[in-house]
Design a protein around this ligand. Structure first.
Ligand code: FAD
Length: 322
């Protein structure tokens, strides 16, 4: 089923990937990054293990995107378990490496620990991390030096690139929130702290995203809210994301995955479901589509193809997302 909802118009696309567990995984990921970059996404985001567990390899992947492609990298950063000094040092390290786009997250305490048992860090919420990133950047010199190629010792001085900070949003509520309004309040706090865009947790029905955006707009959220769409291509992946999000099982998708009689058939179900979602949210006014790629370019590119969405040639999410 391939019908472009916005024939003629283009759709800003972005992707999320994660750092591999070991350096041996990097070459395959770099091939995937090349294939994703070829469809000219607005940005490619790289996850960050809460507590800083993937710090070095996340930065390796981000700097690879920065230097090997013309797509801007966007760094996820979490603050749970970090002191102010540690969070400050990580932000500074990423800025020094040339990263200027961030997804500011609180992150979760280590699995199996309760929030009462462990040091949760000096920063209590993603909104505070948004503020800290802004402060760290403001304290840096307001200019950047760029070496002039072919002229030894010469440097060109230009304005330092502006930092752009996005945050997470939860259309079906965060597992920790006590009532639906709390997630909108949290998003308002992140916007007030300086966030310029939000990316949502995955959801299974377009109405969940569209209803959330309506509620957020009524409450005063004005920043673009990008729908995060995950192709669910196996029953196992569906189980794992339900554990993570606490959402009720999407009956039709679960049944279709169970009824599919081969991995190829399950993959086709997941791609068709994600493509339908992408088309529907775009038709409902979503400013773009953010795809969880799981370090595999073939599936998300198949989603785009099946959704019939044309991608854009520009790289500024903050221009297009609004
Ligand atoms: P916050 O916005 O600070 O809080 C989350 C929710 O908690 C709020 O929506 C609200 O409901 C509730 N809340 C906030 N403040 C309060 C309060 N004062 N009192 C009561 N309740 C409150 N995790 C990683 O470890 N690494 C990643 O790279 C990563 N990437 C992600 C990308 C996206 C797009 C999303 C949606 C999530 C990602 N996560 C990642 C998971 C995220 O870290 C967790 O969901 C975490 O529990 C919440 O992070 P947050 O930034 O939304 O936190």
């Amino acid at each position: 089923m391939t019908s472009a909802v916005d024939s003629g118009a283009t759709t800003p696309i972005s992707f999320e990937i994660y750092p591999p567990r070991s350096d041996e995984g990097l070459p395959a990921l770099y091939t995937t990054i090349g294939a994703l970059a070829a469809v000219r996404p607005q940005f490619i985001s790289v996850t960050f293990g809460a507590g800083g567990s993937t710090r070095g390899r996340s930065l390796d992947v981000l700097t690879h995107i920065l230097h090997a492609t013309d797509v801007p990298p966007l760094a996820h950063l979490t603050c749970v378990g970090s002191s102010y000094a540690e969070a400050n040092a990580i932000i500074r390290e990423f800025l020094d490496a040339g990263i200027t786009r961030f997804l500011a997250l609180r992150g979760d305490p280590p699995a199996g620990t309760s929030e009462d048992d462990v040091f949760l860090g000096d920063l209590e919420s993603a909104a505070q991390l948004v503020q800290l990133i802004g402060r760290v950047q403001a304290e840096r010199a307001p200019y950047a030096e760029e070496l002039v190629p072919g002229v030894p010792g010469a440097a060109r001085v230009g304005r330092r690139e502006r930092v752009q900070i996005s945050v997470a949003a939860f259309p079906n509520g965060h597992p920790r929130s006590r009532h639906a309004g709390e997630d909108i309040d949290a998003l308002l706090a992140k916007q007030a702290a300086g966030a310029e865009a939000a990316i949502t947790q995955l959801f299974f029905h377009a109405d969940e995203y569209l209803g959330f955006v309506d509620r957020a707009r009524s409450a005063g959220v004005t920043i673009p809210i990008l729908p995060g769409i995950m192709p669910i291509t196996t029953p196992g992946r569906l189980r794992r994301v339900l554990e993570l999000t606490g959402d009720p099982s999407p009956a039709a998708l679960a049944q279709a995955l169970d009824a599919a009689d081969s991995p190829a058939a399950q993959r086709a179900v997941g791609i068709a479901h994600a493509a339908d979602l992408a088309r529907q949210v775009r038709a409902g006014g979503a400013p773009g589509v953010h795809l969880y790629a799981f370090n595999n370019h073939e599936t998300v590119l198949a989603v785009l193809h099946e959704a019939g969405l044309r991608t854009t040639a520009s790289h500024d999410p903050y221009d297009h997302a609004i």
